[in-house]
Design a protein around this ligand. Structure first.
Ligand code: TXA
Ligand code: MG
Length: 329
């Protein structure tokens, strides 16, 4: 789809109509595809939860067009939050802030806070502006499964349950936004989920440290240990030679085995080699597609060598740890 062409305009018009009528539209963002509903329409948000199969009470992020929309949803914007918004929006950063009554219980899960983000994708920014409101949007996958990074992924996962899929091409970042809780008055911001913006970038923008989750579990509510899981069993092994040996032994015991590594390696006989990318950024961009690929290939086991815990590699390792916990066996 080309920006600004007639087909895009027609799609955007249709999307706005659907959203105003309480329907669901899958939207491209730079992180992953989202499943969007009118954040001000409780019935539409309830349908969103139903389609995702997500337990009620998990808060969802409201996507807005820019900083100027903050006062509608956030009752207070601390200095740190404003700095982060100015530094990283539009971009892969979600801010948790005290909510206004406009951010209803359906969206916030009854919390006193709301998650807000300005996604960095021209099509979705144009949609939010034309819609003239906030879009409640979790990732456009069924609960617990791998987040979609292409329009085709969304269609494969959600099928007819989504009224329209806006195709904005493959997602550039490939893992979800960094969630930073700025709601605690006087306390330093807390990174609840590592993501597309790194802790180092956040601290550089603020000029002071934040609370991090170094390789530990993300702490956003509703983020279960088991999440982002393909059907294949995911086994994370740091060291390449050990990973190759493990893959070999799984294959020898008759399991359909894959080996996902940053750089190409020579896989043992019977093992399918998959490559993610040799930088943290390229690994992140490829990660979810490779997890889906494991399912397309019908693999029983996927042995994974993760990227180093640097930059967006921290987010990749977080998602891999969850995929490993959520494995079928
Ligand atoms: O990159 C992203 O963030 C993608 C795209 C579509 O924007 N969205 C996404 O949404 O990952 P979802 O629903 O899959 O994850 C949102 C996370 C949830 O784990 C939820 O716990 C957290 O955001 N969250 C939302 N509102 C919150 C709040 N008020 N307090 C704490 N956490 C919140
Ligand atoms: Mg999700």
């Amino acid at each position: 789809m080309i920006e600004g062409d007639a087909e895009t305009d027609a799609d955007l018009e249709a999307a706005v109509r659907i959203l105003h009528a309480g329907g669901l539209v899958a939207i491209p963002t730079e992180t992953v595809y989202g499943l969007a509903a009118d954040a001000s329409n409780p019935a539409a948000v309830r349908r969103l939860y139903q389609v995702k199969g997500r337990p009620a009470g998990h808060p969802v992020i409201i996507h807005i067009a820019g900083i100027e929309a903050l006062p509608r949803w956030a009752a207070r914007v601390p200095e740190d939050a404003r700095r982060l918004a100015e530094a990283f929006w539009p971009g892969p950063l979600t801010l948790i802030l005290p909510r206004t009554p406009a951010a209803g219980d359906e969206v916030t899960g009854g919390r006193e806070t709301v998650g807000l983000r300005v996604p960095n994708h021209p099509l979705t920014l144009a949609l939010i502006r034309a819609f003239d409101g906030g879009l409640a949007a979790p990732s456009a996958n069924r609960f617990g499964r791998v987040s979609p990074t292409t329009a085709a992924d969304v269609r494969a996962d959600l099928g007819g349950d989504v009224d329209l899929v806006l195709d904005g091409g493959p997602c550039g970042v490939g893992v979800e936004s960094t969630i930073v809780d700025c709601s605690e008055e006087g306390a330093p911001p807390v990174i609840l989920r590592p993501g597309g913006v790194t802790a180092e970038e956040i601290e550089a923008a603020l000029g002071h440290p934040v609370q991090r989750t170094p390789g530990g579990p993300s702490r956003a509510p509703g983020m279960l240990a088991a999440h982002y899981a393909p059907r294949a069993e995911v086994i994370v092994i740091e060291e390449s030679a050990a990973a190759i040996a493990a893959a070999d032994s799984h294959a020898r015991s008759g399991e359909r085995t894959g080996l996902l590594t940053p750089q190409p390696v020579t896989a043992p006989p019977g093992v399918t080699a998959l490559t993610a990318g040799d930088t943290s950024e390229s690994y992140a961009a490829a990660l979810y597609d490779r997890l889906r690929e494991a399912d397309r290939l019908g693999l029983d086991v996927l042995v994974v060598v993760p990227p180093p815990a640097e930059g967006v590699g921290v987010a990749v390792r977080d998602r891999l740890a969850r995929a490993a916990t959520g494995s079928a066996r």
